[in-house]
Design a protein around this ligand. Structure first.
Ligand code: ASP
Length: 447
């Protein structure tokens, strides 16, 4: 038995592109062997090797839907088989043929959707465990979902801890990501991209020193590289900052992957399998933000403003509640709600409003009898994020001056009282230019 509390191993999760072919798996072996603390390895199913390639998980879902319609799964399964057999034979791993045969039989026999989808990670982990001469731990043995279909944290941590403590200290264990077992003993998957969640859960269960998330980029960048040429990398960011940025579109991790490790204060280190010497991004509880008040800029288009105006609104109790109740009744969640004395705006994603616009406007008219209510479309929101804002005078002034200098009109401003971000709403066509000038304003003299 290893005392995992005392040893603080590293959990290394490798994503789809890191297991996409035999060459990538060899890189994993080199990374794992470079640090003896890397004892628990979580893997995804093979992803794309190039833009036109197929992801194994997509093919598995395709097999299921073809089978469900009584159609032949031969063609997609042949691609899956060829992929794994190719990887295994290049790595000199034996046994893959039998594993695939078993999976093929079950797929042909009409296995359940999640069972089929999970085989991508299962086969990947089997092959990689054999190649690393590591123990294979089936996630179904330890990761559990409850009666309500939700991940069962305490039971999963306890089972993982107990099982992984039994792996002898000189051994590595490989665990397939993405799935576990439900209360009825059936395989259940996390949502897409869920191997990140498995990695976090394993890290939490073994009290990891760090949860390494190995992918094909060298971590997070200060701005979207499609809009800004060569943005600076983010070396360290807090969980809260990362959440703000990822919510606004700068996402490198599955959303739910942060919570298990964040609760335990385990840092996440995003690293590049293809460039293991790059520093990557560390996501931590606290950082010294004095030198880098702004950590990143992210945004999205596709928002609209539900604008209401009524004279003396400020004196009318329950106005805001009644407006928001209309949205709630339609199942619409909102992003922000800036108000002035006589106006209240609610920012909603276009897709959340969907075809409900006319009904929502009519009901708001009935609920609060406003002087004016309208939906203003084509809004983009940009978040300027950084814990260091709290230490600085003039961050907002700098942002607004940069936008003004570029002739960009600000439609709304929202600064949370946590002073973690400033959010500006602008017309969607101004979005690319706005990101560029804001990035320039906050990185001047840094590069
Ligand atoms: N293979 C799964 C997917 O493609 C899970 C993962 O890779 O994280 O969604």
């Amino acid at each position: 038995m290893t005392d995992l509390h005392a040893t603080h191993p590293i959990v290394a999760k490798f994503g789809g592109s890191s297991v996409a072919d035999a060459g990538q798996v060899r890189k994993i072996a080199a990374i794992v062997r470079a640090d003896p603390r890397r004892r628990f390895v979580v893997v995804s199913a093979p992803g794309k090797r190039h833009a036109q390639d197929k992801k194994i998980t997509d093919l598995l879902y395709l097999c299921h839907s073809l089978g469900e319609q009584g159609l032949d799964v031969g063609a997609p399964f042949a691609v899956i088989k060829e992929r794994y057999l190719g990887i295994a034979s290049e790595l000199g791993v034996e046994g893959a043929w039998e594993w695939l045969r078993d999976v093929q039989q079950q797929v042909a026999g009409g296995a359940a959707r999640d069972w089929i989808a999970s085989r991508g990670e299962y086969l990947s982990a089997r092959i990689i465990a054999a190649f690393l001469d590591a123990e294979f731990l089936d996630a179904a043995e330890a990761i559990r979902f409850g009666e309500d279909g939700r991940f069962h944290a305490s039971e999963s941590y306890a089972r993982l801890h107990e099982r992984l403590a039994r792996v002898s200290a000189d051994k590595i264990a490989v665990i397939p990501g993405f799935y576990g077992q439900d209360a009825q003993g059936r395989i259940q998957c996390f949502s897409r991209g869920g191997s990140d969640v498995t990695g976090a859960v394993v890290a939490r269960a073994v009290h990891a020193a760090v949860y390494e998330n190995w992918t094909d980029v060298s971590g997070m960048l200060m701005a979207d590289p499609r809009l800004v040429a060569g943005p600076l990398p983010i070396e360290e960011i807090t969980y809260r900052e990362q959440r703000e940025l990822s919510y606004m579109g700068a996402s490198v991790l599955h959303d739910e992957a942060v919570f298990p490790v964040r609760e335990a204060g385990i840092p996440i280190h995003i690293r590049n399998t293809n460039r293991p010497d790059d520093p990557g991004t560390r996501i931590v509880t606290e950082r010294d933000a004095r030198d880098t008040p702004i950590i990143g800029i992210a945004g999205r288009t596709g928002f609209c403003i539900l604008f209401t105006e009524k004279a003396m609104m400020n004196q009318e109790r329950g106005y805001g509640r009644r407006v928001l109740e209309v949205l709630e009744a339609h199942g619409i969640s909102y992003e922000h709600s800036p108000t002035s004395i006589d106006t209240m705006s609610v920012i909603v994603a276009d897709e959340a409003l969907g075809g409900k616009e006319a009904a929502v406007v009519a009901e708001i008219r009935r609920a609060v009898q406003p002087d004016r209510v309208e939906v203003q479309r084509d809004l983009a929101m940009i978040a300027i994020v950084g814990q260091g804002m709290v230490h600085r005078v003039g961050v907002a002034a700098r942002a607004f001056a940069a936008l003004a200098g570029a002739g960009i009109n600000i439609r709304l401003i929202n600064q949370g009282s946590s002073e973690l971000n400033i959010i500006v709403g602008i017309a969607a066509p101004d979005y690319p230019a706005a990101v560029r000038v804001l990035y320039a304003a906050f990185t001047e003299g840094v590069q």
